[in-house]
Design a protein around this ligand. Sequence first.
Ligand SMILES: [Zn+2]
Length: 209
Amino acid sequence: MRCILEGYATFAIGHFALGYLSGTASSRLSKVKTNLPLLLVVSVLPDIDLIFRFLQHRGPTHSLITFTVLMAPFFLIYRKRAVPYYVALLSHSFIGDFFTGGVELFWPLSHSWFGVDIGVTSLTNVAIELALFAVTLALMVGTRDILSLLHSGNHNLVLFIAFGAVLGPMLQFGRGYEQFLPTLLIAPSLFYLGLFIYSMSIELWSKIR
Ligand SMILES: [Zn+2]
């Protein structure tokens, strides 16, 4: 069954929050360190299917099977240090997109869609994404995790992927409903764009200096 809600998506603001909250929680539980730029990128990585348009959105790149197969080598090499990134990936499909239209969770074993729909542009979803943004920002500042975005040497340049995930909906580079970034999410989106530009700039500056 194809998703009748093609085009629905949790916006990057929500995915960053879910990836950060679940990823850092699992890193503390498994007592490993995470790289914040990488964690933020991984939390939006499944939406790479918005660029490769031959892929069904929320299909192969959102599948638990794909996540597990792709992460297997990282588990072999990095062991439990890979856990937070796997959890961040799971948060994308199992929480973010699950509640805003569903995903092809077990592709290629099953083409069924799993999830419910609270409407990605509904006030309910926007309010949840704003609340998640506020909690995430408070925790990043409170735990000083945000400092890793404000200094060079943390693989900051990978943030160009996260930058694209925020900029895409702002430029209406999306599919269906996700083209329309709700007005209330513009301010948090601009915040992340500014933060990522700063983070990547200081990394570039440190390399060419
Ligand atoms: Zn997605």
